[in-house]
Design a protein around this ligand. Sequence first.
Ligand code: GTP
Ligand code: MG
Length: 210
Amino acid sequence: MEIKSTEYLISSPEVENCPKGTLPEVAFIGRSNVGKSSLINMLTNKKELAKVSSSPGKTQMINHFLINKNMFWVDLPGYGFAKVSQAKRGTWTKMIWNYVEKRENLQTLFVLIDSRHTPQKMDIEFVNKLGEKAIPFTLVFTKADKESQKEVSEHVGQFKKELLKTWAELPTIFISSAVKRLARNEILAYIEALRAAYIPAEILKEKTEK
Ligand code: GTP
Ligand code: MG
């Protein structure tokens, strides 16, 4: 997939405010500071399409980007940021799950995991909940430039093992670095394949009703 055009559309406080879901969509989620916005910038070859910050909690709304005029990419706020108030965390959690469950054009949710750490409870719980709700997701291990390859693959292996305690199958997994531009082509090809296979929800419903 070649990135021909990128356009920031809108930041929405709730799924109800998002652009009409008339195009296929992928979204990026994960703990605060894991590198969601950086990954979007790396993939699109734009320095500042999505706002990046070294302090966690930078992205606070549902941010829609129009890519190649034929699909939406969505930058979401991080979950599990300890430094915001309990009330705000509750609001974000509700907003995120509302978005994930109600957005019918969402083809996959990229869940970003920091490759520097052993499996974190919060990530495992989040992914397991997606599985329970049958929401399609893809894992991206980020910041692979920060540790040795050996450590990264150990952490990825441990994460897989955790998932296999609950699930028979593993999701698609990428290992990436925004700094080294690792896995850029692979992730873009994967997104393009999803987009090309997109069937709008209303057509899917018609088909299954027949
Ligand atoms: P929130 O919006 O706050 O939830 O964060 P985010 O997940 O969007 O993370 P963001 O892209 O803002 O990056 C957070 C910090 O990590 C920034 O200082 C980035 O420069 C850094 N960072 C992101 N990706 C990478 C990476 O692949 N390698 C390295 N070394 N640093 C990265
Ligand atoms: Mg962000």
